[in-house]
Design a protein around this ligand. Sequence first.
Ligand SMILES: [Zn+2]
Length: 396
Amino acid sequence: MAQRQNCIYCNQEITTRSKEHVIQNALGGLYESEDICCPECNNFISRHIDAPFTKIFNPIISRIDDFSKTNNTKSTPLCTGTVVYNGKSYNANIKAGKVVSCPDLSRELRCDISKLPLQIVSYNFDLKNSAFQTGIAKIAFNYAMAQNVDFKYLEPGLVVDKSGNTVNSIEYNYNIIPFYPLNPVDVSVELDGGATEPFHNMILFSQHNELWCYVDLFNTFQYYVLLSDKIPEDKKIYANYTQTLQKINHSAPVLHSLYDPKTIMIYAQQYVVEPCMDPTEFSRRVNNAVARKSQKTSISKIYSPRIGRIPIAHYISRMAQNPEHMCLFYNAIQMYYADDEFQEKNFRTLTPRLDGDTGFYPHEAYNICSQNPKILEEYTYAKFNKLNQFLCGFSR
Ligand SMILES: [Zn+2]
């Protein structure tokens, strides 16, 4: 695949390659593409789109041990949440899992609250702002670009305001709909069990003329983004990416003879890194590549064990009163497993329907949630509760 010659945003020739993170680096995203934009636009995006978006996730970033970022800074961001003292709830400012201030409580008690036993019970996430929507849409857009989807299909949703060659604003106008689990298997894998380590997941898929990207951040913020409705029917697109967020302990490979260009070339090929003659820099590149590989996982590695843990007997007894539900459960298992193999391509793209047909996931989710917004609220609440359990360390 030939490299893109011109920047997707300002259309100027790309003379220096710059790496754009598909999921923002501040969120631990490790997947990069050099093929999207020029360094100037990359900078513009990181200041105007990524910074306000990633700020929303501060509570998570500050609580994950060994959080993995390429540009690792030691900063511990400030965030807000709720604490409980003497059975009463208060808003608080929190840094690295510690309460730094709690204005209402300080006012009430007129004392230094830093020594009080305050229990953090939840963190706040501001999802109603446009920065959030933009950030989610950008991830979907980036993933499609990184997967070499023809830009002409994505172009209608991208609005770039320019004066001359200077970019003033970038908008990603793609429809975003929230994910909602539509069958008993999905309900169980998303909600059963205690706090689990969060992960990121993206699934790019086409269905008829539509191109969708499912974006799941921290296994909590789950959305479908409609990138195009003009994809030719016969152009089947499917790709997925899953990664964990905690650094996995891996031993750094021992590299010999780094003064020899031939050896460098062999290592460069083996670890898929740019060769360079500075041994320190080259070792660093190889180590990064190995670390990155260790965090890449797959949908089946994450979800197969979760499906395996579903207490089927319990479900069957509960569903005796509800045979329709049982049928959905059974059909979902059939859809996700064929010949004992987990069918990644069906996951989050298709779901069994009550009428026995197969439904297209984003359409079904949209229909059900627009008919009954309350169930989506309840689901979101339950997911946040689970994330907060992880962040507050209740069941660790
Ligand atoms: Zn540009």
